[in-house]
Design a protein around this ligand. Structure first.
Ligand SMILES: Nc1ncnc2c1ncn2[C@@H]1O[C@H](COP(=O)(O)OP(=O)(O)OP(=O)(O)O)[C@@H](O)[C@H]1O
Length: 554
């Protein structure tokens, strides 16, 4: 419940719409109960008229029509306003979650998986719609209508208010409270199994080709089937709890009705209550139990909503890998880069960089070489402040990057990482991510520098060619060059390139390397590479070994 309560400010922000939906729900339920009551009173009165008792038919018949019209209109309004407010609430939550996520990226890869993140941003937030639509709204409606019914019954039929109150609130509040506790575990299992299922599907789709080539589709299918079976079992338990709750509400309604009938008949025999009024009161009481049914139906899903709230909260509560200082300093002019006695390791027991120092003057190009896993990419990530050093300082233009706002640092330093993605959109869309106001000639210049211009010119729609999801219509090398063009287009004056030529054929790789100085146009460049470097391509080459850099001859 605590996790759900933490989202209360979002409900308060949409409070006006929720209150209106609540008011309309109360009117709908009151009109429904009133309709049944008046109909019972009317039909009984009409039957007694034919038995010779005087009864005014016109008033009740007009009331029946009026109430049924009110019920239709208020139900429509309630659904419209309630769903609209809920959808807006979910959109607010999603936007908030996304904004909280950005500074937390990259998340610790061992704890968070992509499918799980997608589940938390979609299915988990969707599950919170139950909270108002099926729980808070109906419970508040039940409180209002139940209290009104108790007053009416107590006034017309002493003793009946207590019987009705016990039966109605037992069905609308007591029973759901028990069901919520019973449904907690299956709700949690359902949310977790649904996230596992999503991960299994995403893994299966992404690795489809390799799984088929390795003959491992059976392994993927087993994972999917196991998650699916777990989800089905949890859903069945949720449905069973819901069905049991339904049956218990009907039983409580029946028992309450018998109690009211008992008290009512005694009053009727004593001559203190008319027959038509008694029937009307009985049917109105029965009609009010409709809301208890809808509360009980949602009680099974409230366990899932609680689990979803906890999952959403856990993601947003993760500590960001790095945080801006309270009063960031401006980044001075200049493009020099320095690492001063830097120590870093992802795991405290396994240092990657040890007392590493490096100075690159403004406009210099240096290359970092070293065996796979030696820490070249790590140096570039520290330059972008994707993680903080354990000791030592990284400076850009002489300023400690830990004292500078990350946004400002990222405008000055651009990175082409090993897994830079191609985004859904056109070639132009992908380029403009690097520089949103770039014009067409600038886009072409960046493509030329990345040696992708000839390919794009050959496409019928040129820069406006649609690339599909993750650039599926491009070869790996073309996708890499497009990402490179995006970085070259950016106005960053320090560029970190991590294996920029991976995916390129040897000839294109040689051409790219020899064009590096032109392509990067006098900017400061840190290049991590395994590719061969011709003399003069970079100002210096450093070899990374055992966490330290040494000037290399090659
Ligand atoms: N996110 C991470 N979490 C934990 N360990 C990591 C993470 N990223 C890298 N490492 C570890 O840090 C070490 C350095 O990795 P890094 O990617 O910097 O090496 P690299 O020299 O760039 O390798 P390559 O040439 O293969 O790209 C490796 O031992 C790697 O296993």
């Amino acid at each position: 419940m605590k996790a759900l309560l933490s989202f209360a400010p979002f409900f308060v922000r949409r409070g006006g719409a929720f209150l209106m939906a609540l008011g309309l729900a109360v009117v709908t339920l009151a009109a429904g109960a009133g309709l049944l009551g008046v109909s019972g009173w009317f039909l009984t009165g009409a039957a007694l008229t034919s038995a010779g008792v005087a009864f005014n038919l016109f008033g009740p018949s007009a009331l029946v029509r009026g109430l049924s019209f009110v019920r239709i209109v208020s139900r429509y309004g309630e659904k419209l306003v309630g769903h609209d407010a809920t959808l807006r609430l979910l959109a607010d939550l999603r936007g908030w979650q996304f904004r909280r996520l950005i500074p937390r990226v990259p998340l610790d890869g061992r704890t968070w998986r992509r499918g799980d993140l997608v589940s938390r941003l979609t299915a988990d937030i969707d599950a919170l719609d139950t909270v108002f639509l099926s729980a808070l709204g109906p419970i508040a409606t039940a409180l209002a209508v139940g209290a009104a019914m108790i007053v009416v019954l107590a006034w017309c039929l002493p003793g009946a208010g207590l019987v009705y109150g016990l039966g109605f609130f037992g069905a609308a509040l007591g029973l759901p409270a028990v069901l919520i506790v019973a449904a907690r575990t299956p709700g949690e299992t359902a949310m977790a199994a649904s996230a596992d299922l999503r991960m299994a599907v995403l893994d299966g789709i992404e690795g489809h080709t390799d799984l088929r080539a390795l003959g491992a589709t059976g392994w993927a299918r087993e994972g999917f089937t196991a998650a699916s079976a777990r989800l089905q079992r949890a859903r069945t338990r949720q449905a069973t709890i819901g069905a049991l709750g339904n049956a218990l509400v009907q039983a409580l309604a029946g028992v309450t009705l018998v109690g009211l009938l008992w008290i009512g008949l005694e009053a009727h025999h004593a001559g203190s209550l008319d027959g038509p009024v008694l029937v009307g009161l009985l049917l109105a009481s029965l009609g009010s139990f409709e809301i208890a049914l809808s509360i009980v139906r949602s009680a099974g899903r409230l366990g899932a909503a609680q689990a979803a709230a906890r999952r959403v909260k856990a993601l947003s509560a993760t500590a960001p890998a790095v945080q801006d200082v309270a009063n960031p300093l401006p980044l001075p002019c200049g493009n020099s880069v320095s690492f001063e006695n830097v120590c870093f390791g992802y795991d405290p027991r396994r240092p990657v960089l040890e007392d590493l120092s490096l100075h690159v003057a403004s406009g210099e190009r240096i290359a970092l070489i070293g065996s796979s896993g030696s820490g070249k990419s790590t140096i570039l990530s520290l330059l972008l402040r994707l993680a903080d050093t354990k000791a030592g300082t990284v400076r850009v233009a002489g300023e400690n990057i830990a004292d500078v706002a990350q946004d400002e640092l990222h405008r000055r330093v651009a990175l082409l990482s090993q897994d830079t993605p191609v985004f859904l959109g056109t070639i132009r869309d992908n380029l403009l991510i690097g520089k949103p106001d770039a014009d067409t000639p600038e886009c072409w210049r960046a493509l030329t520098a990345a040696r992708l211009d000839a390919f794009v010119r050959g496409l019928p729609e040129g820069l406006d060619t649609w690339l599909g999801e993750a650039g599926r219509t491009l070869s790996a090398g073309q996708a890499r060059r497009l990402c490179l063009a995006r970085v070259l287009l950016s106005s960053a004056s320090v560029i970190a390139l991590d294996e920029p030529t991976s995916g390129l054929d040897p000839e294109t790789e040689r051409d790219f390397m020899s064009d590096l100085s032109v392509a990067t146009g006098g900017r400061t460049v840190l290049l991590a590479t395994h590719a061969g470097l011709a003399p003069g391509m970079v100002d210096r080459v450093y070899r990374l070994e055992a966490g330290r850099l040494a000037l290399s001859e090659s």
